[in-house]
Design a binder for this molecule. Structure first.
Ligand code: GCV
Length: 661
C-alpha cells in the first residue's frame, strides 16, 4: 500500500540510530541462563534474582495450584499444593521484583480461577502458522528440534500461570498422530513438563480413515473406536501426562461426526471414552456455521443447545467469546450461561487476526475483561461469563480457558513488542480475572520497559485506550466483519466476489442501503436476541435501549436515527471513525514523549508500527465512510476531517500480504 510505504520511508530517514540493543527476546522476564532441570530447581534458581532467601514447602492442604507466601525473618517462605504451585509462587516473587514493587513483608495467598489455562497454536506441520504474524512455528518449522527455545517458552508461560498448550492448528493434519510427529510431541512435552505445562493436540476427525486406512471414521463404527483407543494408548506410552484433544469438526470444511449422520456429542464422546482411562479431556469447538443459515451468529447456539447434557464428563465445549469471529467488539456468545449441564470454556484470540496483525498496538485486556465480566443473567444478575465458565455457577468440576497464541520465531516472539502484553494479559486473566486491565498493563510495562511512574502512567493509558480506538477506526457502533477478502487486515465493505459464500462477504454483515445500516437480529429480524436471557434479551431487542456500542450488531438503523448521545447515526458513525484516528495520532505523540524511558531499538520498532497504524486508521476511516456515504448521501459533519483518499483509489488496493504477514 502506497501510503504505508511513504510513511515508512519518512520514518526510516528520521529514525534515531539505535543506541542500545534490546530485541525483546526476554519478554517481561529477567535475562537468565537456565540449567535447572526439575520444577523445584527452576523455582529456586528463578528467585535468586530477587536477592531474598526463600524456603519452599509443599502443603497438601492448599489447592493443587495454590500457594501462599509469608515473610520469614529477612526472607520468605512459599508453600504450595504441588511443585507447580511452588513454581507459580516463585514467579510471583520474580514479578514483584522485576516490576519494582518488592513488598517489605509478604502475606499473599493465590490460586487460579480456571483449572486449564491453555494456549492454542494454529501451527501447521509445515512450519507456517494460520493467522500468525510473528514468523513461523517454534514447534514445527524446518522439522527442527529447538529445546532451548521451548524451554524459554515454557518459562514465559509458567511465569503467568499458563499450564497447557495445543501444539498444532485446529485445521489439523491427520499426520500429527503418526509416529514421527508423536516423537516430536514427546520431545516438546519433556521440555515443558518441569514448567508445569501439559501438551495437547488438535486432531483431524478423519484420522482413522486417512492415517489408519479404515473404511470410514464413523464414531459409532467399532473399528474406528478401537483405532482411537489404540492411538490414545500409544500417545500415553510416550507422554504419560498428555492433556487431551482439541477438535474442530464439521466447521469450515473440516470433517466431523455429521459426515456420518452422527451428532457432535457422539463424536466427542467417542474420543472422551478413549481418553478417560488416562485422565485426558476433549475440548470440542462450537465454532460452526454454514452458508444456508440466514444468521451465522445464531448457529453455534442452535446446534449445541439441544446437545446439552449429552456429553461425557471429560468433554468441555470450547466457544469463541463472540458469536461471529473475534471481531473488535461483539456481544458474548449466548451459549455462555445457557449451557448448564455441560462445561463450557471460552476461546479468546491473542493473535490479532482482526486487530491489525502485528502492525497495530491493540492491548486486549479490556476486551477480555469486558467479555469475562459480561452478565449473562442466566441464573439472575451476577451470572457473569467468568462465573459460567469457572465452575462456580453450575458446579462443574472441569473449568478451562483458551487463547489463540501470537507466538512465532520472531526474535521478540510476537512481532510487535506490545503484542507480548496480550500473551501476558491472557495468562494473568486466566489466573485471576478480577485483575484489572490497568493493573496488568502497569505490571507488564514495569517488567518490560521501565518502573518510572511518569512512564507507567502515560504508557498504561495509551494501552488501555488502544482497544476502543481500534473499534472506532475499524468498526464502531456494533459494525463487524468489514474486512477485505482473502485476509483480515484492511477494509473492504464493498467487497463482492461472484459465487462467494454470502457469509464471507462484508455486505452480509453491514447490510448498508439507502435507508440505513446494520444487521437486524431483533425479533423483527433473525431473532438472535431471543438466545439471550432476560433482561438482556429485551434490552438488545429494543432499538431504544440497545447500547450504542452494539446497535448495528442487533439492528438495522436509519441514517437519521437519534442515538443515545443525541447525534444522528450518520453523525456518530463519522465522529467515531474520526475519534479512532485521533486516538492513534495521540498514541504516536505519546510514544515520542516516552522515548527517554525506552531503549532505542524497541522504541524505533514500535514507532515504526504506530506510523503504519496511523495510516491504516486513515485507510479504514476513508474506506468505510466514503463507501457508506454512497448510501447515506449525507456530508461529513464539519468537525470531521475530510477524506484523504478517493474511494475508487481504495477499491483498487490489493495487499501484498507478505508485507503484513
Ligand atoms: C483456524 C476463522 C479464521 C480461520 C480459523 C477459524 C477457526 O475463520 O479466519 O483462520 O481457522 O476461524 O477458528 O477455526
Amino acid at each position: 500500500m502506497k501510503i504505508v510505504h511513504r510513511l515508512l520511508l519518512v520514518l526510516t530517514l528520521l529514525a534515531p540510530v539505535a543506541l542500545s540493543a534490546d530485541n525483546g527476546s526476554n519478554l517481561w522476564l529477567p535475562a537468565a541462563e537456565q540449567t535447572a532441570e526439575t520444577t523445584l530447581e527452576i523455582a529456586a534458581t528463578e528467585v535468586a534474582v530477587t536477592g531474598r532467601s526463600v524456603d519452599f514447602a509443599l502443603n497438601e492442604q492448599l489447592p493443587e495450584e495454590g500457594f501462599v507466601i509469608r515473610s520469614k525473618g529477612a526472607g520468605v517462605r512459599i508453600e504450595g499444593g504441588s511443585e507447580r504451585a511452588l513454581l507459580y509462587g516463585a514467579y510471583r516473587l520474580v514479578r514483584d521484583w522485576k516490576a519494582g514493587r518488592t513488598a517489605a513483608t509478604y502475606a499473599v495467598s493465590e490460586s487460579p480461577k480456571y483449572d486449564l489455562r491453555i494456549l492454542n497454536h494454529w501451527d501447521n506441520l509445515n512450519g507456517t502458522i494460520e493467522r500468525g504474524y510473528a514468523g513461523h512455528s517454534i514447534f514445527w518449522e524446518g522439522g527442527l528440534s529447538r529445546p532451548e527455545l521451548w524451554r524459554q517458552y515454557g518459562r514465559a508461560n509458567a511465569s503467568v500461570g499458563i499450564n497447557g498448550t495445543v501444539l498444532n492448528n485446529v485445521n489439523a493434519s491427520p499426520q500429527v498422530l503418526d509416529a514421527e510427529h508423536l516423537k516430536r510431541v514427546q520431545e516438546i512435552a519433556a521440555v515443558l513438563r518441569p514448567y508445569g505445562m501439559r501438551v495437547y493436540l488438535s486432531i483431524n476427525f478423519s484420522s482413522p480413515a486417512v492415517l489408519g486406512g479404515l473404511e470410514n471414521s464413523d464414531p459409532l463404527n467399532r473399528k474406528v473406536q478401537r483405532w482411537w483407543r489404540e492411538k490414545v494408548k500409544e500417545i500415553y506410552r510416550l507422554i504419560p501426562d498428555f492433556g487431551g484433544f482439541l477438535v474442530k469438526a464439521n466447521s469450515e470444511g473440516q470433517p466431523g461426526p455429521q459426515d456420518f449422520g452422527r451428532t457432535h456429542a457422539e463424536g466427542a464422546n467417542m474420543l472422551a471414552d478413549a481418553l478417560k482411562p488416562f485422565g485426558g479431556v476433549v475440548m470440542w469447538r462450537a465454532f460452526v456455521y454454514n452458508p444456508t443459515e440466514p444468521d451465522r451468529a445464531k448457529q453455534a447456539y442452535d446446534e449445541f443447545m439441544p446437545l446439552d447434557g449429552q456429553f461425557r464428563d471429560n468433554v468441555i465445549v470450547q466457544v469463541k467469546n463472540g458469536p461471529v469471529d473475534f471481531q473488535p467488539r461483539e456481544p458474548f456468545t449466548p451459549l455462555f450461561g445457557a449451557m448448564r449441564k455441560t462445561p463450557v470454556m471460552a476461546e479468546l484470540q491473542i493473535t490479532q487476526e482482526y486487530l491489525g496483525f502485528s502492525n497495530h498496538l491493540v492491548y486486549q485486556a479490556p476486551l477480555y475483561s469486558e467479555f469475562l465480566h459480561a452478565d449473562t443473567y442466566a441464573e439472575g444478575a451476577g451470572s457473569t461469563v467468568a462465573r459460567a465458565t469457572d465452575g462456580s455457577l453450575y458446579g462443574h468440576p472441569l473449568s478451562a480457558i483458551a487463547g489463540v497464541a501470537n507466538v512465532g520465531l520472531d526474535a521478540n516472539w510476537c512481532g510487535h513488542h506490545f503484542a507480548q502484553a496480550n500473551w501476558y494479559c491472557f495468562g494473568r486473566l486466566a489466573w485471576d480475572y478480577e485483575l484489572t486491565p490497568e493493573e496488568i498493563a502497569r505490571e507488564w510495562l514495569a517488567q518490560t520497559f521501565s518502573h518510572e511512574e511518569e512512564f507507567l502512567a502515560e504508557a498504561s493509558q495509551m494501552m488501555l485506550r488502544s482497544r476502543e480506538a481500534c473499534v472506532e477506526y475499524m468498526m464502531p457502533l456494533g459494525l463487524h466483519h468489514l474486512f477485505a477478502w482473502g485476509h483480515h487486515y484492511g477494509p473492504e465493505p464493498w467487497c463482492a466476489v461472484p459465487g462467494a459464500r454470502p457469509d464471507w462477504l462484508p455486505s452480509y454483515y453491514h447490510k448498508a442501503d439507502t435507508e440505513g445500516i446494520g444487521f437486524d437480529r431483533s425479533s423483527t429480524g433473525s431473532g438472535a436476541t431471543a438466545q439471550y436471557s432476560e433482561p438482556l434479551r429485551s434490552l438488545y431487542d429494543n432499538v431504544a435501549t440497545c447500547p450504542d456500542n452494539l446497535l448495528l450488531w442487533f439492528h438495522h438503523v436509519g441514517w437519521d436515527h437519534r442515538m443515545q448521545s443525541g447525534q444522528t447515526l450518520w453523525e456518530q458513525l463519522c465522529r467515531s471513525y474520526e475519534h479512532g484516528l485521533l486516538e492513534v495520532a495521540e498514541m504516536c505523540t505519546t510514544w515520542e514523549r516516552l522515548k527517554p524511558y525506552v531503549d532505542a531499538e524497541r522504541h524505533a520498532h514500535v514507532a515504526e508500527r504506530l506510523a503504519i497504524q496511523f495510516s491504516d486508521a486513515i485507510w479504514w476511516k476513508d474506506g468505510c465512510l466514503l463507501y457508506f456515504q454512497t448510501f447515506s448521501r449525507r456530508p461529513f459533519p464539519a468537525d470531521v476531517s475530510p477524506a484523504v483518499h478517493r474511494l475508487e483509489e481504495l477499491k483498487k488496493i490489493r495487499l501484498n500480504m507478505t508485507h503484513h504477514n
